[in-house]
Write a protein that binds this ligand. Structure first.
Ligand SMILES: Cc1ncc(COP(=O)(O)O)c(C=O)c1O
Ligand SMILES: [Zn+2]
Length: 425
């Protein structure tokens, strides 16, 4: 295991020397000034402090090469910053979740062709298993000994589970007021679990300070963020492959930090550049809850910068008031001709119930946000009801039960007799 010398003030373990085995990744490039540094535990540009992104030298890759791979994200290992033998290592093997043809929901909304990418089917029931698996693979290669994160809930589940699977220590930090389901489903894995009296942005700040103190801790979304974020490209890859090696016309993605949306777009671009799908235009749309909608506000007001907010919404998984990738979401959405919009908590609950009733999918509050924004942008004419559309259900409704608890009717028990049944139903 190795860690290369840092090209910036970033920290990282240093227990060896030599080239990192991170597949076809070649370096890290600043998204702001284009400065390139060698692969390693860097996340901020040494020149301008801009965020770094993984660059590659991709080999020729065919659809058959990918189809011959495992039924999880490692089928795309050649397009990720991970060691070539990653599929044989101890990981949670996320991905290849269902792409559901959503005819029921489409009929309700007057749409022609609608698909749901149902990422609640991942090992800890959210898309976060993807990003964590990639972060863990890169972090291990760089010599980190501990997997850590600040989280709005789902990432905590994914980090605690991935570390348990790999047999390493986890340190997971969340706001104390999260949904009980997300707290319990993190605690069960037995790592170090810290609940903080504060919101996510407070927890994130504390994590950044700790990352400076503990050089052998990989905070997946802080000091190994360039690698972590790449994991969300696999959502884009899978959607294209599952559509029969085609790109959709429109996609609606929930936005917290914004990394997922930006990387789905990057996944589509890479597939087109590699000739794995026919190149065509697509539009990317972002979804936020009104109680935490800094990116939607910036989009609507035509700003290039995102003004931080103090979150207040039931969509706790999306409650990031100061989103790291907010400006890049604006870039993607504006470049592709999409939009960012937000919906109220009432609409979130209503949309969670619509998704369940019309399509048989129980998504978490983030899914309600996405379906709510889908409805809103159809009504405003910004989304085309006739264009092929994919929406992301990024998490499981079982983890946010309290959101719907007051609005669904739980029947009173009847006696186990025919008369009792007939009297009531
Ligand atoms: C269920 C769910 N969906 C979407 C997101 C947003 O992801 P990102 O921070 O990459 O925008 C999160 C983030 O925590 C999440 O938990
Ligand atoms: Zn820079």
């Amino acid at each position: 295991m190795t860690a290369q010398t840092t090209a910036s003030s970033n920290t990282g373990p240093s227990d060896g020397q030599g080239a990192l085995r991170l597949g076809n990744a070649t370096g890290l490039t600043c998204r702001e000034c284009g400065n390139t540094v060698e692969l390693g535990p860097h996340y901020a540009c040494s020149e301008c402090f801009g965020p770094l992104e993984v660059g590659y030298d991709f080999p020729r890759l065919t659809r058959a090469d990918i189809e011959a791979g495992p039924q999880n994200i490692w089928r795309y290992a050649a397009l990720l910053p991970v060691p070539e033998d990653i599929a044989t290592r101890r990981t949670t093997e996320p991905g290849f979740t269902r792409l559901i043809r959503a005819d029921g929901l489409a009929a309700e909304l007057g749409m022609r062709r609608l698909w749901i990418k149902d990422d609640s089917g991942n090992p800890t029931h959210s898309f976060k298993d993807r990003v964590v698996a990639v972060a863990l693979a890169a972090a291990t290669e760089m010599g980190f000994k501990v997997l850590a994160c600040p989280s709005t809930g789902n990432l905590a589940n994914a980090v605690a589970a991935a570390a348990a699977r790999a047999g390493i220590r986890s340190v997971v930090m969340v706001p104390a007021n999260l949904e009980e389901q997300k707290i319990l489903t993190t605690a069960v894995y037995g790592g170090t679990f810290v609940t903080v009296d504060g919101n996510y942005d407070d927890v994130n700040r504390l994590a950044s300070e700790l990352a400076g103190e503990h050089e052998d801790w990989a905070f997946v979304n802080v000091n190994v963020r360039p690698y972590y974020a790449e994991g969300s490209k696999t959502l884009g890859f899978e959607i294209a492959e599952q559509l029969g090696w085609r790109l959709p016309d429109q996609i609606v993605v929930p936005v917290a930090s914004g990394a997922q949306l930006v990387k789905i777009d990057k996944g589509f671009s890479e597939f087109a550049e590699l000739g794995l799908v026919e190149s065509k235009p697509w539009k990317v749309f972002g979804a936020q809850a009104t109680g935490c909608s800094p990116v939607s506000e910036a989009f609507t007001k035509g700003w290039d910068v995102v003004r931080p907010v103090k979150p207040d919404t039931i969509a706790k998984s999306l409650a990031i008031g100061n989103p790291a990738d907010g400006p890049y979401v604006l870039d993607v959405v504006r470049r592709t001709g999409g939009a960012v919009a937000d919906v109220s908590d009432e609409e979130v609950v209503d949309s969670m119930r619509l998704l369940a009733r019309a399509q048989g999918v129980f998504g978490e509050t983030a899914g309600g946000v996405t379906v709510g924004v889908l409805r809103k942008l159809l009504a405003s004419g910004q989304l085309d009801p006739d264009a092929e559309t994919v929406i992301i259900n990024s998490g499981d409704g079982l983890k946010t039960l309290s959101a719907v608890a007051d609005s669904v009717t739980v029947p009173t028990a009847i006696k186990p007799t025919l008369e009792a049944f007939q009297a009531q139903y």
